[in-house]
Ligand binder design. Structure first.
Ligand SMILES: [Zn+2]
Length: 183
């Protein structure tokens, strides 16, 4: 085993109490079924509802994410219940809804996080998407990975690592960044 691999294994061993399982979405361009896990595209909506409007600007919110909770990978299946988890968030900047309503706060009114139970799948719901909606990406699979915290979090958890170990951590990307589930 190369010296760098030995160092990496030692670092992993040292921070193993903080290791978590994570899953990275494998996506393909385009929308999928109404109940599929996806970024943007067409969400499942109840026959009695229309596209969700932002209470601050009264314009359609962006649809960010839908996760089919019954099709999540491994240990996450059923962990968050059953049905579809959906996230809508207003990205309009006239007025600047995110600033006006502190969109980053947990219960800000310019976003909706909800779990719906899909039914009446044959009913076609009128959908008027916002202008400039994000391109649809279907989540077709999940890749399981080991995820370790970054340098600061490891230190905060009172596991001392030196500069060399810190470099090893960064160079090997063992902190999973980008879109992920769990971790
Ligand atoms: Zn808005």
């Amino acid at each position: 085993m190369a010296e760098s691999d030995v160092k990496l294994e030692q670092l992993k061993q040292k921070s193993s109490p903080l290791k978590r399982s994570a899953w990275k979405p494998i996506v393909q361009e385009g929308d999928g079924a109404l109940t599929a896990s996806k970024f943007a595209g067409t969400p499942w909506l109840n026959a009695s509802e229309r596209w969700l409007l932002c209470p601050n600007c009264n314009k359609p919110m962006q649809f960010f994410l839908q996760l089919n909770l019954d099709e999540l990978p491994g240990a996450l299946k059923a962990k968050f219940g059953s049905g579809l988890l959906q996230l809508f968030y207003c990205t309009n900047y006239k007025p600047p809804c995110e600033c006006d309503c502190q969109g980053w706060e947990p219960f800000s009114t310019i976003k909706v996080v909800r779990i719906v139970q899909p039914s009446n799948l044959n009913v076609k719901v009128e959908i008027s998407q916002p202008n400039k909606s994000f391109p649809a990406k279907l989540i077709e699979a999940w890749e399981a990975v080991d995820d370790y915290p970054d340098y600061q979090t490891i230190e905060n958890c009172e596991i001392a690592i030196n500069e060399e170990e810190s470099n090893t951590l960064v160079e090997n990307h063992i902190t999973v960044t980008g879109d992920k589930l769990g971790g």
